[in-house]
Every structure is written in C-alpha cells, then in structure tokens.
Design a protein. Structure first.
Length: 152
C-alpha cells in the first residue's frame, strides 16, 4: 500500500503544475498560488519574488501547508493532494541548479527564469518545500476510503 500511495503522490506532483502554499507570520495565515516542480524525493520547488509576502514570512517561520488540485469538474470523482512541511530559499549553487533543471521548460524557459532572477525591483529565488506529511484524497483509486496519509 505504501508503494502505491507514494507512486500516486509522485504522479500527482508530476501532473499538477500549480499549487497553493500557506505561510504564517504573527499568527496570521496567508495563502498564495505558485508554479511547482517536484523531485524524486517528493520535495516540491517553487520560484518567487523575495518581495512577496509569503517569501518574507518564510524568513521567520519555515512551516508551510499547501494543496494541489488537478483540473476537474463537479461531476468528476474528487481527487486532491494536501501537504505540510517546511520551506527554505535555496542558496547553494548545486541546489539552485537542481531546482532550475526541474523547473526549466516545465514552467518557464531559461531566458524567462534569468529575467526573473535578475529583476531589479523584484528578484526571484527558488524555494524547496520538504514535506513532512501528505494527505491524498482520491475517490478514483480508493473509492471506499479515499483519505490516505503518507509520511515521506
């Protein structure tokens, strides 16, 4: 069961491009949407301006939660993926290169990434979310008991 669940989560992360990330500062939660790419260890990466509220909040509290949903209609069986974990801005060249390789051409081309990184007013950086828990809600694969937790 664990292998099947991990495989479904990996497939979900591969298929979904947009995720919602929730941060918190001073007891006040905040949600935003970011483009994502995932690695083989189920870490997710996003690219964002260091001037954005969520980026600033991660400087003081690395805890995050989030959700990914594939396009569906109300008639489709519900499927969704939620997570909790920690996020950090990447600063080591090898980590940035890994994130960029996952992100490039999945979300933006290299030239666009460089333009965002070097923007004079809103420079962008890569962030990695290390998950502590996933909750897959999947009526398609688990119609009798759709809520499944997975701890990486």
């Amino acid at each position: 069961m664990e292998e099947k669940l991990r495989s479904l989560i990996s497939d979900y992360l591969e298929e979904a491009q947009l995720m919602q990330v929730c941060t918190v500062a001073g007891g006040n939660p905040w949600a935003c949407s970011v483009w994502q790419a995932a690695d083989e260890d189920l870490n997710t990466y996003f690219f964002s301006s260091i001037t954005r509220r969520h980026s600033k909040e991660l400087e003081s509290d690395s805890r995050v939660a989030g959700a990914l949903a594939l396009p569906q209609t109300p008639a489709d069986p519900p499927r969704g993926l939620q997570f909790e974990g920690t996020a950090q801005m990447l600063t080591e060249a090898s980590e940035i290169e890994k994130a960029r390789n996952l992100y490039e051409n999945r979300i933006f081309d290299g030239e666009t990434i460089d333009t965002f990184i070097n923007h004079s007013e809103r420079p962008h950086r890569f962030y990695r979310i290390t998950p502590k828990r996933f909750v897959l809600f999947d009526v398609v694969n688990f119609p009798e008991d759709p809520r499944k937790e997975y701890l990486p």
